[in-house]
Each structure stands twice: as structure tokens, then as C-alpha cells.
Design a protein around this ligand. Structure first.
Ligand SMILES: Nc1ncnc2c1ncn2[C@@H]1O[C@H](COP(=O)(O)OP(=O)(O)OP(=O)(O)O)[C@@H](O)[C@H]1O
Ligand SMILES: [Mg+2]
Length: 274
């Protein structure tokens, strides 16, 4: 934990001179019948920026991710996304085919449970290759080489490329899921507890890897985590949620070192070491 905390000082805020946000959430609200999922969530996310969403269980974090990725429709509010051509569009006004194309090309979604984000009965190489084929790659050799290269980047030995993820450990599955998501060079990655369920040493290596990739590829990331050390290590900005609402937001170090809201103070006091 201490090591992670110290390392966070090396994160630099990305430059964003006059640039439009990549993703804009405006008043996102989702009801499940009479129960609130999340209420009135708004933020801008810029290119190369990593935002952590933290909060206790049931605070609406997964709901928010599902709204951002269009896997769920908001009860009210909007998600705007700046396309590669520079035009910012309202996701709700796109047709299904356009949204699916975006999900295949521009976005990655890293599930807490890697089994949800992988095809467990096809080889690791095919898991990565499939995403490339979905965007029109046809040349087997090129697909294989790119797949091998990505396995290498996530520290999976090339000799395991033909094995199915069923035979992988939890940490390896999670790294494979990350490779599968990054191979198409997405611009936006949404991650739901990417290190949940992994033991501490595996977690630390995975976080290092994610940090490196996010910085090298200038990825924009929304990472949901209940672990403030993960938020501290990965994110530039943090958004604290409670009962579906945003209670505090700001630069990660500022919020964690000097939380303003009583709820955040409680969260920080109970989870972060002194
Ligand atoms: N499909 C659903 N149907 C009904 N209520 C739901 C559904 N999904 C979530 N909820 C409710 O919405 C609220 C927010 O849930 P959500 O899953 O977004 O929380 P979370 O912050 O991701 O929690 P966790 O940290 O446990 O994953 C909770 O009260 C939950 O019971
Ligand atoms: Mg959740």
C-alpha cells in the first residue's frame, strides 16, 4: 500500500490545450422501478485522463458504467462522445449499429469477472484475434503476430497462446482480458473493479501494467474501484459516490489527502492506512 501511495506522485495530468472532452455525462439518472441506481451524475473526461469512481457497495458505480457504455438506457440525462472525426455525438441518437461499432473499435470494457469479458472456450490468441477480425482484419499472420505481441505486453508467455482461458489463473485471465480490450487501440476504457478478487502481489503488477498502458497509449479511462489505493495509483481525478449520487469530486491526491465531505473522510479513514 505504501509503495503504491508513493508512486502516485509520478502521475502527470495530461495536457489538454483547448481540447474538447472525449466523454461528457450530463445529468445521468437511472431508476430501477422505485429504487435509484444513480442520480444526476455529470462529468467531463478528457483524452488521456483517468478518472476513478469510488463508493461503497450499491452506490451506483456499475450502473454508471453501464449507462456510459450504452449497455443500459438512462431514465434521464445524456452521454456525449467525441468521435474520431472530432464531432461530438449523443449516444442516444445513434442507431444500434453505430453504437456496436463504437463498442468494437473505440471502447474497451474490462469486467470485474474476466469470464464475462472473455470467451472461455476459445484460445487466448483467438480471444485477442477476434476483436481484430471484428474490425475487418483478415490476414491470419498479421492477426497472430499482433496477438502474440499483446500477450507479451501483458506478460503472458507466448507458449500459452493456444491455451484456452479456462486453463489460466485469475490474474492471467484478467491480463488477457486487458489485451483483448486494448488490441483494437480503443480511446476509452471502462473498467469495473479490474483488480477485484486478485491477491495483493498480482494486483500490484496488474496496476503497474495498467498505469503504463494508460500513459503510453494516452487512454481515457473510467475505473470503478472500492479500493482507494487503486484509485490513488491509477487516477488523476476521483469521483466519490454514495447512494447513487456524486458526493465529492476533484484531483485524486487532493480528495484523498484532504477530503471535504464527511462521507469521503469516513471512506478515506476506514480504508487508507494513516
Ligand atoms: N438490475 C437491477 N435491478 C434492480 N436494482 C438494481 C439493479 N442493478 C442495480 N440495482 C440497484 O441499484 C443500486 C446501485 O447498484 P450498482 O450495481 O450500480 O452498485 P455498485 O456501486 O456497482 O455496487 P458494488 O460495489 O457492490 O458492485 C443498488 O441499490 C442496487 O440494488
Ligand atoms: Mg458494481
Amino acid at each position: 500500500m505504501t509503495v503504491m501511495t508513493q508512486m502516485s506522485t509520478t502521475i502527470n495530468m495530461p495536457e489538454m490545450p483547448g481540447e474538447e472532452p472525449l466523454l461528457i455525462a450530463q445529468g445521468l439518472t437511472r431508476w430501477y422501478g422505485r429504487r435509484i441506481g444513480c442520480r444526476n451524475v455529470s462529468f467531463d473526461l478528457y483524452e488521456g485522463e483517468v478518472m476513478a469512481v469510488v463508493g461503497e457497495s450499491g452506490s451506483g458505480k456499475t450502473t454508471l458504467l453501464n449507462l456510459l457504455s450504452s449497455q443500459m438506457e438512462p431514465s434521464s440525462g445524456q452521454v456525449l462522445y467525441r468521435m474520431r472525426d472530432g464531432v461530438t455525438r449523443d449516444l442516444a441518437r445513434m442507431d444500434e449499429a453505430e453504437r456496436r461499432l463504437l463498442a468494437r473499435t473505440d471502447w474497451g470494457f474490462v469486467h470485474q469477472d474476466p469470464a464475462m469479458g472473455l470467451r472461455m472456450r476459445i484460445s487466448a490468441g483467438a480471444n485477442v484475434g477476434e476483436r481484430l477480425m471484428a474490425i475487418g482484419w483478415r490476414h491470419y499472420g498479421r492477426i497472430r503476430d499482433t496477438g502474440t505481441n499483446w500477450l507479451h505486453q501483458v506478460e503472458i508467455d507466448a507458449s500459452r497462446i493456444d491455451d484456452i482461458p479456462m486453463t489460466y489463473s485469475g490474474g492471467m485471465r484478467q491480463r488477457l482480458q486487458i489485451a483483448r480490450n486494448l488490441v483494437t487501440q480503443p480511446r476509452l476504457i471502462l473498467m469495473d473493479e479490474p483488480t477485484g478478487g486478485l491477491d495483493v502481489s498480482v494486483q500490484a503488477r496488474l496496476l503497474d501494467l495498467l498505469r503504463g498502458l494508460a500513459a503510453d497509449l494516452a487512454l481515457s479511462v473510467v475505473v470503478v474501484t472500492h479500493d482507494l489505493a487503486v484509485a490513488r495509483l491509477l487516477s488523476h481525478r476521483i469521483m466519490v459516490m454514495k447512494e447513487g449520487e456524486v458526493v465529492e469530486t476533484g484531483l485524486t491526491d487532493q480528495v484523498l489527502d484532504d477530503p471535504r465531505e464527511p462521507y469521503t473522510q469516513l471512506l478515506v479513514a476506514s480504508i487508507l492506512p494513516p
